[in-house]
Design a protein around this ligand. Structure first.
Ligand SMILES: [Zn+2]
Length: 146
C-alpha cells in the first residue's frame, strides 16, 4: 500500500465531491477535457457547457452574483436555446465597468455538495470518444439540480 504524505491531494474534491482520476484534480480533469477539444469539433461546440458545469460545481471562487448569472445563462441555453454568442454579448454588457467576478481568496469558503454527475464522469482517461455526449448529460444533470 502506498504511504500517503500530507501533500497528497484530497481523494475527493472538497467542492463537487468528485474523486481524483489518475491522481488528477477536478481542475486538471477540466484541462484534460479541454485538450480533447482540439481534435473534436463536437466537443469544442459544447465548450460553454463544459466550463459552465465546472464553474457551477466549483462556485467558491466566484461572487454570488457571478454564479447567479451563470445559472441563468445555463438554464436559458439548455431550456430556451440561448446561443453562446448571445450569452457573451449579455455578459459583456453586464460586466461593463469591471464588476468583480472572483471573490477575494480570504472570503472563499468551499462547501461540498453531492451531485448526480461530476467532471469525473466526463473525463475518462484515454477515452475522448463520446465526450461531447457526456458533457451534454452532465449539463442536463446539473440543470435538474439547480
Ligand atoms: Zn471538484
Amino acid at each position: 500500500m502506498k504511504i500517503k504524505d500530507k501533500f497528497e491531494k484530497a481523494e475527493f474534491c472538497p467542492e463537487c465531491g468528485a474523486p481524483l482520476v489518475d491522481n488528477m484534480s477536478c481542475w486538471e480533469q477540466l484541462g484534460g477535457i479541454i485538450s480533447w477539444e482540439y481534435d473534436d469539433p463536437e466537443l469544442l461546440a459544447e465548450h460553454f457547457k463544459t466550463v459552465a458545469c465546472y464553474n457551477l460545481q466549483h462556485p467558491a471562487q466566484f461572487t454570488d452574483e457571478a454564479i447567479a448569472g451563470l445559472k441563468t445563462a445555463l438554464i436559458e441555453h439548455l431550456d430556451k436555446g440561448l446561443s453562446v454568442p448571445d450569452i457573451r454579448r449579455r455578459n459583456s454588457k453586464s460586466y461593463e465597468g469591471n464588476r468583480r467576478v472572483l471573490k477575494d481568496i480570504s472570503k472563499r469558503c468551499p462547501v461540498q455538495r453531492t451531485w448526480k454527475m461530476t467532471i469525473s464522469d466526463v473525463y475518462i482517461p484515454h477515452c475522448p470518444e463520446k465526450a461531447a455526449e457526456r458533457v451534454r448529460q452532465w449539463a442536463a444533470a446539473i440543470r435538474e439540480e439547480l
